[in-house]
Design a binder for this molecule. Structure first.
Ligand SMILES: *Cc1c(COP(=O)(O)O)cnc(C)c1O
Length: 379
């Protein structure tokens, strides 16, 4: 276990062993398809520099990030792995992809042209994934652009096409009609590139059945403990625990207000604790009067508006003196998992994790003991 920030107001514990176990469980589940790990946004806020070596040691050979800079940061940690960049090259960045052996996802005719020109300069075929839009209207070639591309005589000549790719819009809702529609569109495109390997499913898509898995699935959320199927029990191991420290406690009486805007008014005697965590730490302002902390199985509701650096909870349900300054309560835990926390804030687990701040004491569990985990940002 490696820690930094031991004076922090809150403690973020990330279970790297659980991430590895989630990866292995998903690999078991998908059978023949290969399992790529998605490490964009610093591995969903959990620390790409810590997560990447653990997954590589578990046998993962394919990694996706969103930005070129994220790929450049990972390259030294993942010497033999394939690193794919979802956004593809911004204009005039192809050279860096080639230099660092990074594989772009090409999403537009302009990116295709740029990569072909880079291949010409390099005097060799360069690897790439080509993404088509199968119904999300976000990134990828339109059907007309795809047709124009494959009808061009030189279509794949200079590009070593690793995978044809697309992305699902509603995969976590198993009965959503768009899932089948996107699958049909993707299969129709694949049929025009015989022999080409394919990658389609994210974590949730992996749970839609074998037809969605193809040759490579791209796993993000489920690795990090977020539930892949809406409305069902979460099969993944929890990865994150967030504990906040108490700064001070107080009692208030009927008619007293709490926090900015005086949005909470006590109906009677209450005991409160002020926690050293706020929206600057990713404990979102939308938890105001809605979220809760947990301790000893007792729910401790957030009262008033969440401030930048503090938030106040009602601890009246606990025995007097149970909480002292410096003691911790749980904000995210097995009892109140990230998906439940997200629901309270009207968001999704992805946003909770990627919002986690930089002021926490970060503890990594399950990292190789002999090798202290290095932090991506200088601590
Ligand atoms: C983020 C992302 C993924 C991973 O999705 P999860 O739902 O986190 O598994 C896969 N593919 C693409 C294109 C993505 O942007």
């Amino acid at each position: 276990m490696y820690s930094h920030g031991i004076h922090a107001g809150a403690i973020l514990t990330i279970d790297l062993g659980a991430i590895r176990d989630n990866y292995l469980a998903l690999r078991e589940r998908v059978g023949a398809a290969a399992c790529a790990a998605v490490l964009k946004a610093d591995a969903y806020g959990l620390g790409a520099a810590q997560v990447a070596p653990v997954l590589a040691a578990a046998g993962c050979r394919d990694f996706f990030v969103a930005h070129l800079d994220e790929a450049l940061a990972l390259r030294p940690l993942l010497q033999d792995a394939d690193i794919y960049v979802l956004h593809g090259p911004m204009p005039d960045t192809e050279r860096e992809f080639v230099e660092h052996n990074l594989i772009p996802v090409l999403n537009s005719p302009a990116q295709l042209a740029g990569w072909r020109a880079a291949a010409q300069r390099a005097k060799r075929r360069l690897p790439a994934i080509v993404q088509i839009d199968s119904g999300m209207s976000r990134l990828g070639l339109t059907p007309a652009e795809f047709t124009a591309w494959i009808e061009e005589a030189t279509a794949t000549q200079r590009i070593e096409l690793r995978y044809l790719m697309s992305h699902l819009a509603c995969a976590e809702k198993q009965d959503h009609p768009l899932n089948c529609q996107q699958l049909d569109a993707f299969n129709a495109a694949r049929a025009r590139l015989p022999g080409c390997r394919a990658t389609f499913a994210n974590s949730s898509g992996t749970f839609l059945g074998e037809a969605y898995r193809f040759d490579l699935v791209r796993l993000g959320a489920a690795l990090y403990g977020i539930t892949p199927v809406a409305g069902q029990a979460n099969p993944m191991k929890p990865v994150v625990r967030l504990q906040a420290r108490v700064l001070q406690t107080r009692t208030i009486e009927r008619g007293d207000h709490v926090g900015y805007g005086a949005t909470y008014c006590a109906l009677g005697h209450r005991r409160l604790a002020t926690l050293a965590v706020g929206y600057a730490d990713g404990w979102m302002r939308s938890f105001s009067n809605r979220g809760c902390a947990m301790l000893d199985g007792v729910r401790l509701p957030v009262v008033g508006i969440v401030s930048m650096d503090t938030c106040t909870i009602d601890i009246s349900a606990l025995p007097a003196d149970r909480l002292q300054p410096g003691d911790c309560v749980d904000l995210i835990s097995a009892e109140q998992p990230v998906d439940a926390v997200a629901a309270l804030a009207g968001t999704i687990g992805y946003e909770i994790l990627t919002s986690l701040g930089n002021r926490y004491q970060r503890n990594y569990l399950g990292a190789p003991a002999e090798e202290p985990v290095r932090l991506s940002q200088a601590a």
